[in-house]
Design a protein around this ligand. Structure first.
Ligand code: 45D
Length: 158
């Protein structure tokens, strides 16, 4: 993957989507660890977010086995059609983001399968991480929304 002069959001999105599913998950978790502290203050700005809906989907995932939890996250990225990925697809973009935030929190609190502690990002993912860290907070949020928006299955599209 080569970058030229400008790191437009679109290039970053494409770079993210060009990673394999596990690298996307790992990078996204590292992002959470990095930006997690700034996320809560952003929350009151929310208008199109449905916390109870994100929570409802999260609760279903938390009840799965760890293997199934990981599979669900891989399925979201791969657009595999399952009941849960269709439920996800029906959420608003910001609610999707909140759902991912809950998952990341669940990883830290032990209700969601954790990352192996020795897990390494690929060079591509590491590079992308650096570029994302260079963005303004609002640009980051917009980019993350673009990451999570197309995941899952939108059952209103045939
Ligand atoms: O064994 O306006 C591997 C709200 C493979 C409020 C793995 C907000 C090997 C409204 C795949 C590595 C708060 C919503 C295992 C705004 C292996 C509002 C597992 C902002 C086990 C703006 C990897 C919200 C796994 C924001 C399980 C900014 C990885 C939210 C999982 C940001 C990774 C949320 C996860 C972020 C990453 C969430 C769950 C960055 C989640 C990241």
């Amino acid at each position: 993957m080569t970058y030229t002069t400008s790191n437009t959001a679109n290039e970053l999105l494409q770079a993210f989507q060009g990673l394999d599913a596990d690298q996307q998950l790992a990078l996204f978790y590292f992002i959470y660890k990095e930006t997690g502290k700034s996320i809560t203050p952003a929350a009151p700005a929310a208008s199109t977010v449905s916390p109870e809906i994100a929570q409802g989907l999260f609760d279903q995932v938390a009840q799965l086995s760890q293997e199934e939890q990981l599979q669900l996250q891989r399925d979201l990225i791969a657009h595999k059609n399952t009941e849960l990925t269709r439920e996800y697809g029906a959420l608003s973009d910001t609610t999707k983001l909140l759902f991912w935030y809950f998952l990341a929190e669940g990883m830290d609190s032990g209700s969601i399968i954790p990352m192996p502690s020795n897990y390494k990002l690929s060079n591509e993912a590491q590079q992308l991480f650096g570029k994302i860290q260079g963005l303004e907070f609002q640009q980051q949020i917009t980019l993350f929304r673009d990451f999570v928006s197309p995941m899952g299955v939108d059952s209103t599209v045939s």
